[in-house]
Design a protein around this ligand. Sequence first.
Ligand SMILES: *Cc1c(COP(=O)(O)O)cnc(C)c1O
Length: 398
Amino acid sequence: MPDKSATIRQTDNAVNPLDVSYILHHMNEDALPDHAVSPPIFQTSNFCFSSFAELKAALEDEVGSCLYTRGNNPTVNLVESKIAALEHGEKAKLLGAGVAAISNAVMAFVRQGDHIICVADSYGWMQRLLIYLERFGVSHTIVDGTRIEDIERAIRPESRIIYLESPTSLTFFIQDIPAITAIAKAHGIRTIMDNSWATPIFCNPIDFGVDLVVHSLSKYFGGNSDIIGGVIIGTAEDIDHIVWQESLQLGAVADPIMAWLVMRGMRTLHIRMPVHYKSALAVAQFLENHPRVAGVNYPLLASHPQHELAQRLFRGGSGLFSFRLKTQSVEDVARFVDSLSLFKRAVSWGGYESLVFPEAAHYARSVPVDRLNLIRLHIGLEDVSLLIQDLDRALGRL
Ligand SMILES: *Cc1c(COP(=O)(O)O)cnc(C)c1O
């Protein structure tokens, strides 16, 4: 189903980044029987062939052909080509979770003796992957992503990957992506960036020189808090290498129904993201002026220390950020969190609904003492004045 027109259209940079309708429609029309508006779900594990020669040809191209759904499936491939176009990459691989995208992308390019450089405060399961890889003789260095000189100093002859996540989980520091990718290229090191936060609506890391982009589709792409999925975007050569080296072997398969739900979510991604952004900015501004709040971590807030860099790298921001209460007491944090009525207490983010996640809830899992007052919010699509009222009432209970 993927065709050449996809590759031609994705390089059309004249298109307003927020007007993604050309991608949402691309390639549906030709493929659909009986003028159906929505593409079908190919709920099949297997594909059959009319001759020995056709079967043989499919087997010879297991990375590219619809032979068996662990490798390819028309519904999954359709979504992959849309996401590749949206992220300005040549090719994408959909997988069963964001962590599968991260681990497949990382593991395909390291072997025993190699070294990975990773920014501090990356997603927790990425940090655990680095520890997991020690078992196979792959070492790592964690660096402060805001300090280019620290990243450069961490480079060794055996460094293969610089892993970026911008902004970082919970702390929301951003990295100077073009400066880092320039250094990486000079040393022949591959860069991988988790772009789940900004989505391709607000940032295209490949345009800044990043080699591989990963996303948790469970967040904004799905947009309805009802799926788990992940994707890797990059050059066709890198994606084929990942599929052959890791994905077909490890089997974190994207199922066709999940892929179809991602496609449904994507139709409104460019409508939802500006709403999350506008509301998050309003809530962040309310919080930074509140006497019981010690500070707000949202890179697009004018007072954020990296605001200028954020404006250069992001066309907008998502609904996810954190702030600190003035108190250091876990009891106060619990009282604040329990006083909220519109914000649901939960992990994850990226859906229609507003969520609160206090880092102190991770207390048993070694939360640094100075971060017990850190609260992460996801600002959903509800009326923002009601969300601010809810926060104001809960802060009043402190
Ligand atoms: C949730 C998340 C992931 C992991 O995605 P899953 O779909 O839950 O496996 C990766 N990166 C970031 C930044 C996330 O927030």
